[in-house]
Design a protein. Sequence first.
Length: 80
Amino acid sequence: MYIVEFARSLTDVQRHQIIQDWYEFERKGAIGDCALREQATIFCSQLQNNYLSIVVWMEKLSSACFRVYYEKHYPINLEN
């Protein structure tokens, strides 16, 4: 779950922008330089064997940001 830890290391503002960038990417079908691409590139640079497209990592990162947002605002009690 390394990408979720990476998403947790980002600020709330960065995660929010990544989520917005993903919506724009889905709407337009393409996106240039943006926080999502920048942070996905930073994450990919930390991987040893990265054979996936940057777009795959952009999707994974945006999903991780959604997850962190949800966990923060809607905590789940797993003890019950």
